[in-house]
Design a protein around this ligand. Structure first.
Ligand code: SAH
Length: 398
């Protein structure tokens, strides 16, 4: 018989709303034996069935739900069905065919906590971040290989340590991946490196925002792309008609690939410059030199890993946004993002409001941006909405 996890009285409410996490503080008792990541049946204090999940004894998240169906076995066919459902969703949102590079599995949002699968052409780059995902490595690999000729694992994640797992990278199955993979996004060509790139190699979640920047960039004389990584927003801006982009990042390796990407798109180097710098310092230097830009993108890394880091993170977000708003020419456009899940939209709005106020900028929000449809938000899992973006214009004086 499967092991059982019995919740404390009254702690079943979130599960009844189909939230897939069980915090260790909600657990009254675990009965029977199960391996780390193995199956556990979750029951309320009256022993009524709630869900089947994966047990994670070393984590604050004692279990994550695989299924809310009592008679659904968590076996190879379960994973195949979850992948099929995820694939159908992508087909539905992308007009029948998946783009060249696309997230196939977005963890909880696809009913697979701890599993990320990104497809780049014929290949997959995967992350297994939870004890449950690790336990089902073989079934998950088999499911991935129905959609890719070869899969590489990038589970070099701090989150694995919280689950009592070692970070892990290397071939997952199928054909060996080439050193780099080329793909097209919104008509722009990109090259990514599955072994050394950030996350799975590319920030696929910004697909729609990069398109929005391309649309807004027509006629922009100069664009400043901060935290540019491999140049995604900068290339989109040139594609949309910007005359010149300055791309800033602290990673020399990312900038090298950004230049390579510019070359792939036949962009002359004088229109696409890169600079290795700390964005905080760089923006200050621009301010001191009186530089202005027609369009600025701010797509920083996650400043707030947890809610406890929010106050410090809010100050950092305000700092870069205030400086960027000062540097915008009248009528200039700002695209600013926060990928910190802990920072919810109302707080991000407040940060931007107070940055505009202190920059003495008359700022109008003209659009709201979020992660692309291959990173769907699960209605039962609000944590899956992590990426927030604001597009706006700094009005000139009349
Ligand atoms: N906009 C990118 C993704 C940005 S990821 C895209 O569309 O692909 C965040 C980037 O910020 C990383 O490339 C990281 O190297 C860079 N970074 C982090 N801290 C930085 C800092 N203080 N100054 C400059 N770059 C920084």
């Amino acid at each position: 018989m499967a092991a059982e996890l019995i919740l404390k009285e009254g702690r079943e409410k979130s599960l009844l709303r189909r939230h897939p996490w069980i915090f260790s503080g909600a657990v009254a008792e675990v009965r029977g034996d199960t391996d780390k990541g193995g199956e556990i049946v979750i029951r309320d204090a009256k022993r009524r069935f709630l869900a089947r999940g994966a047990f994670s004894p070393e984590s604050q998240l004692a279990a994550r739900v695989w299924t809310f169906q009592e008679n659904e076995a968590v076996d190879a066919s379960f994973f195949e069905r979850r992948f099929q459902r995820a694939f159908e969703l992508r087909k539905a949102v992308f007009g029948g065919t998946l783009p060249d590079a696309c997230r196939l599995i977005h963890a909880e949002s696809d009913g697979l906590p701890g599993v990320t699968v990104d497809l780049y052409g014929d290949y997959a780059v995967c992350q297994l971040s939870s004890a449950g995902a690790e336990f089902h490595r073989a079934e998950l690999t088999a499911a991935v290989l129905r959609y890719a000729k070869g899969a590489y694992e990038r589970s070099d994640l701090d989150s694995r340590i919280k689950e009592g797992l070692e970070p892990r990278t290397g071939p997952l199955g199928g054909e060996e991946l080439p050193e780099t993979i080329d793909f097209t996004e919104n008509g722009v060509r990109f090259r990514m490196n599955p072994r050394t790139g950030h996350k799975t190699g590319f920030y696929l979640d910004q697909r729609c925002s990069r398109r929005a920047v391309a649309e807004a960039a027509a006629g922009a004389r100069n664009v400043l792309n901060c935290f540019c990584y491999t140049g995604g927003f900068g290339l989109a801006a040139i594609h949309g008609g910007a005359e010149h982009v300055l791309n800033v990042d602290s990673s020399a390796a990312a900038l090298e690939l950004a230049q390579e990407n510019a070359g792939l798109n036949g962009i002359p180097p004088e229109r696409f410059e890169t600079q290795e710098a700390d964005v905080f310092q760089f923006l200050r230097q621009c301010r001191d030199r009186g530089k202005t830009f027609d369009l600025i993108v701010l797509d920083p890394p996650k400043f707030a890993e947890t809610a406890a880091r929010l106050p410090k993170a809010a100050r950092a977000y305000k700092d870069i946004n205030l400086l960027a708003l000062k540097l915008l020419s009248p009528g200039g456009k700002l695209f600013t993002f926060s990928c910190s899940g802990a920072m919810e939209e109302p707080l991000f709005d407040k940060v931007i409001d107070s940055a505009a106020c202190d920059a003495d900028a008359d700022f109008r929000i003209t659009g709201r941006l979020s992660q692309g449809p291959d990173h769907p938000v699960a209605a039962n899992f609000p944590e899956s909405r992590y990426l927030k973006g604001i597009a706006g214009i700094k009005l000139g004086t009349l």
